[in-house]
Design a protein around this ligand. Sequence first.
Ligand code: CA
Length: 247
Amino acid sequence: MDRSRSKDTSVAPRVLVVEDEADIAALIAYQLTREGFRVETASNADQALSSIGREVPDLVVLDRMLPEVSGDELLRLLRSESATQRIPVLILTAKREQEDRIEGLELGADDYLTKPFSPRELVLRVQSILRRVAEPSPEAGGRILRAGPLSVDVNAHEATLEGDRLSLTPTEFRLLQALLERQGRTQSRRQLLERAWDVESDVAGRIHTRTVDMHVRRLRAKLGPVGDWVETVRGFGYRIRIPHGEG
Ligand code: CA
């Protein structure tokens, strides 16, 4: 995204924690601060929005259960505004039902943690999300990936379709990149998790592969007329395939 910022290691990443339960917010803030992050906390959506208005954070840790405006509504709002739609979001959910988790991911969260979680796990997830947002994958090497009308500038973190910029979240961008880097080849959900999510193997095992399905669904929708180039390979995973005559 912002290359000047991601290269500048003297500025610690800023994390906004949105959680109304004061003790949980304090615990998260304590852990992240100890790991070198700059942390701000907000106990409701209004506070979160004014904090973001002052300085756009590098990542938001967002509890789904907030008074008045829920975490889901706040996430929907963030994803609908151009200034905030690319902020990575880690969702905290107390709900255990799979459908509820999936719902959160469909709204555009980059990852989620179910309460109760270990503070160490939260730090690992935050670090993992920020790593994949900040760094182009080593094999990309500044290339511009093209497929027909689709173009992905890896260093600029910009994807365009027929010259029009696509509004992709950081995770959707990395997913598209991973698919385009291996055009025509099928990749398993696990491979996509490792490539697009850049998680270490011990963390990868704890992220549900349905996460990949949710992001693929959203990516397809955003790709509009070429969304069906992202093909489901039943029982295995996904590939992007350019129809003959389009490439
Ligand atoms: Ca809460």
